[in-house]
Design a protein around this ligand. Structure first.
Ligand code: FMN
Length: 217
């Protein structure tokens, strides 16, 4: 069987044990559906931002970097988020279109990890999402030179005023504010169990579809 090209060490369906028991929390063999079920549960229990996920990238020295972003959509194309592409993460993703995501829902003691390749959304898609934001958030996107040093105290507030005065009701999307989609090659679902005997189910994308397997905790 052809191996996953990005994660060559990914085991084949046979090595994973395609018929492994999935346990009661692993209610679907479709990782997108399973993720939606877990996120729905997390939304009922998390006090804030159940859609928050850590986004890991590497810099030009191959030094890992990580920060939180918000998942805005999960579609056939993958997990999407929005950011400034002149930020540290934006520059890292321009140089290396690979990333990992991690969701941890403390309230339900579950974790989901994702590894994949990253694509920029089209300008039209980014425009459509930007249009839904509040005017204040739109002005904020123009005002923030995300990840760059503040020149002096008050510089951000001054830029907020400047762009607030510049635009009327119709605030366009800054050209450097865009959507990104992580196209998953591997998705792992983890659930807490007593005595640290946790359950882990991993899905790996192969040319013919997803294969699954269970991992030791
Ligand atoms: C819960 C949470 C959600 C966040 N969501 C986003 C987001 O969707 N997009 C974004 O650009 N930054 C978001 N941030 C801020 C980032 O964590 C980070 O500070 C910022 O993007 C700069 O990261 P960088 O310097 O690595 O590019 C969020 C922070 C937190 C704590």
């Amino acid at each position: 069987m052809t191996q996953n090209p990005i994660i060559p060490e990914t085991p084949s369906a046979e090595e994973y044990g395609a018929d492994a028991d999935q346990g009661s929390v692993f209610t679907s063999r479709d990782p997108y559906q399973l993720f939606e079920e877990w996120l729905t549960l997390a939304k009922k229990h998390e006090i804030n931002d159940p859609n928050a996920m850590s986004l890991a990238t590497v810099d030009q020295h191959r030094m890992p970097d990580v920060r939180m972003v918000l998942l805005k959509d999960l579609s056939g194309k993958g997990f999407s988020f929005y950011t400034n592409n002149d930020s540290a993460k934006g520059e890292q993703l321009a140089a290396n279109q690979k990333a990992a995501l991690c969701f941890h829902w403390k309230s339900i003691r579950r974790q989901v990890r994702v590894r994949g390749t990253v694509d920029l959304m089209s300008n039209q898609e980014s425009d459509a999402y930007f249009a839904k934001r509040s005017r204040g958030s739109k002005i904020g996107a123009w005002a923030s030179k995300q990840s760059h040093m503040l020149e002096e105290q008050g510089a951000l507030e001054a830029r907020v005023k400047e762009f607030d005065a510049k635009f009327g009701d119709d605030v366009p999307r800054p050209p450097n504010w865009q959507g990104y989609v992580v196209d998953p090659l591997e998705i792992e679902f983890w659930v807490n169990r007593p005595f640290r005997l946790h359950d882990r189910l991993v899905f790996a994308r192969q040319p013919k579809g997803w294969v699954t397997g269970r991992l030791y905790p």
